[in-house]
Ligand binder design. Structure first.
Ligand code: URA
Length: 431
């Protein structure tokens, strides 16, 4: 394989074969092809793009570059992926809903980085809960409860890890076929038959416009189809955080009230919509699926699955019934409306960064975090406020990061005289 020839081919806008991509990507993963050649190739991909067939081939090559989870022994497996948001506690609610609906979730989740939170961090708000399970216990728990959730244990799609690090330093991250193949390589290697994608669009998201979001969703659904998996995507607004809470323990409390049927409307709506997509992928009629999905939040069945899941992974399940006992930082500070009118903008990125500087997130992998700090959105966009009325509440520990967090939130908040148009949460669906 002549690497300069392959770089030239992509530079001139030609299409790679699967064998060529294997040579490039697997050679790179094994350390045989150097960074500088792959850097040039990535830039050529960035400028020239990839065909749907090339994108699917690249994804399969990356998925095959390391271990793959074998979930074939489990019935009706489903995975969920969100492209990342602020206050996004959807997985905590959706996964026990799916288990209660008779689907199987055997899932690997991540930790938070920068302004986005991670499911594993949120679950570690339960003292004792562990994201580490040996594979046989992971599969047995998924079979018994319908839900097992661990941190990434296996060496899934190592080619993606290496390529992502190189993209990060060569200005080639925001490239649609590279993002789609990166996300889907990990989902394919994770083994679930069905994947439901929540593609976030807006200020706090990777994709800033609906058009870009649609393009990414279509590319990922197409990869799934070519790989014989069922993939469905929902495009959702991420201009403002989901629900009212951002920060680990605070989000767990909000997830628990949603599992009791008492959650915020936007969060409930999104979880039901994603559950409907998962059931529809398994052939259920959408209207019936919606009624079944909603029922899991009011009849206690999703909450029961969540309790069993926390307990099975060593967590203090009594907190599921006493969420007020979760550790929430005692310090409070309110950010108030600068004028009377309506909340116009409550920037998701600003809220995410505020949680980070309060100590609830990490700048670098491996850093410890404070699960108890966070931000509460007392008034979401569209709500009427009086000048001086609290709009946001900070939960801080001994004032750590407080001034910086307040400044971020004040800059991310605007109040307008005229009532703004309500923004729908679910912007589109792709399947
Ligand atoms: N998330 C990923 O996993 N990969 C990307 O390229 C972008 C977001």
């Amino acid at each position: 394989l002549n690497i300069p020839d392959l770089i030239r081919k992509k530079r001139d806008g030609e299409e790679h074969s699967r064998a060529e991509l294997e040579g490039l990507i697997l050679g790179y993963t094994r350390g045989e092809v150097p960074d500088y050649q792959i850097s040039a190739w990535l830039m050529a991909v960035y400028l020239r793009g990839m065909t749907p067939q090339e994108t699917a081939d690249l994804t399969l090559v990356m998925a095959d570059s390391g271990d793959q989870m074998d979930l074939a022994g489990l019935p009706r497996t489903v995975d969920k992926h969100s492209t990342g948001g602020v206050g996004d506690k959807t997985s905590l609610i959706l996964t026990p809903m799916l288990a209660a609906l008779g689907l199987t979730v055997a899932k690997m989740s991540g930790r938070g980085l920068a302004h986005t939170g991670g499911t594993i961090d949120k679950l570690e708000s339960f003292p004792g809960w562990s994201p580490e399970l040996p594979e046989d216990r992971f599969l047995a728990q998924a079979s018994e409860i319908g839900l097992a959730l661990v941190g990434q244990t296996k060496d899934l799609a190592p080619a993606d890890g290496k390529l992502y690090a190189l993209r990060d330093v060569t200005a080639t991250v925001d490239c649609l076929p590279l993002i789609a193949s990166s996300i889907m390589s990990k989902k394919l290697a994770s083994g679930a038959h069905t994947v439901v994608l929540d593609v976030k669009v807006g200020a706090g998201a990777f994709m800033r416009t609906l058009e870009d979001g649609r393009g990414l969703a279509r590319a990922m659904v197409d990869i799934g189809t070519r790989a014989s998996r069922l993939v469905r995507a929902v495009l959702t607004d991420m201009d403002t955080p989901l629900g009212h809470m951002a920060g680990n323990s605070l989000e767990v409390q909000e997830a628990l009230s949603t599992l009791r049927g008492e959650g915020p409307e936007d969060l409930t709506e999104l979880c039901v919509a994603l559950a409907v997509e998962a059931l529809a992928a398994h052939g259920e009629d959408s209207a019936a699926a919606e009624a079944r999905a909603r029922a899991t939040l009011t009849d206690g069945s999703a909450l029961a699955k969540f309790r069993a899941f926390v307990e099975a992974q060593g967590g203090d399940a009594s907190l599921v019934d006493h969420p007020e006992r979760l550790d929430v930082a005692p310090g409070r500070l309110d950010v108030v409306a600068p004028a009377s009118g309506f909340v116009e903008r409550l920037d998701a990125l600003a809220v995410g960064r505020a949680v980070l500087v309060l100590g609830g997130g990490r700048e670098r992998k491996g850093e410890a975090i404070d699960h108890g700090v966070g931000v509460e959105l007392l008034k979401k966009p569209g709500k009427a406020v009086e000048a001086g009325e609290p709009v946001l509440r900070l939960y801080h520990r001994d004032g750590r990061g407080l001034d910086a967090a307040r400044a971020l939130l004040e800059a991310g908040l605007s109040v307008t005289a005229a009532a703004p148009q309500p923004q729908p949460l679910i912007l589109d669906r792709v399947n």
